[in-house]
Ligand binder design. Sequence first.
Ligand SMILES: C[S@@+](CC[C@H](N)C(=O)[O-])C[C@H]1O[C@@H](n2cnc3c(N)ncnc32)[C@H](O)[C@@H]1O
Length: 146
Amino acid sequence: MDEASTHAAEQGLADRVTFALGDAAEPVSGRYDLVCVFEALHDIADPVAALRSARDALVPGGAVLIGDEKVADHFTADGDLLERLNYGFSVLHCLPATRAEGATVEAGTVLRPGTVRSYAAEAGYGGFTDLPVDHDLWRFYRLDPS
Ligand SMILES: C[S@@+](CC[C@H](N)C(=O)[O-])C[C@H]1O[C@@H](n2cnc3c(N)ncnc32)[C@H](O)[C@@H]1O
């Protein structure tokens, strides 16, 4: 937090940027046009609660942008290099770390679009868009409350 505040101040952003530390599954104060969750949804012990909090933090017309590891739509053995890399991260870090927090679901690093869509539906979102962003490592999803 201190380092983040220092970096923001160094860049002349202190009057526009604030930092808060907390559990994303807890209610968020303030209302926002855009809530971003970058490379974290697969690590959150209760991702549906986190998406619910994000939805509740939106102004009317606001949206949530999820960025998470680029994985294939479906599991296919043996998988390509990226799938294997992500399963390596998953088994060696993300799954055990999330389990240690008493996870409600244990997705691990390989969070497929169908899983994000089902979390979003459970969290009460009416809209889910798998965004057409072509990136080597990331996939992006837009969630709309209605
Ligand atoms: C794979 S790391 C990536 C973080 C960030 N994208 C980065 O590059 O530093 C996943 C992050 O999710 C955060 N995280 C896990 N559970 C969380 C929760 N319940 N609320 C907020 N953040 C959480 C972890 O603290 C960690 O920083």
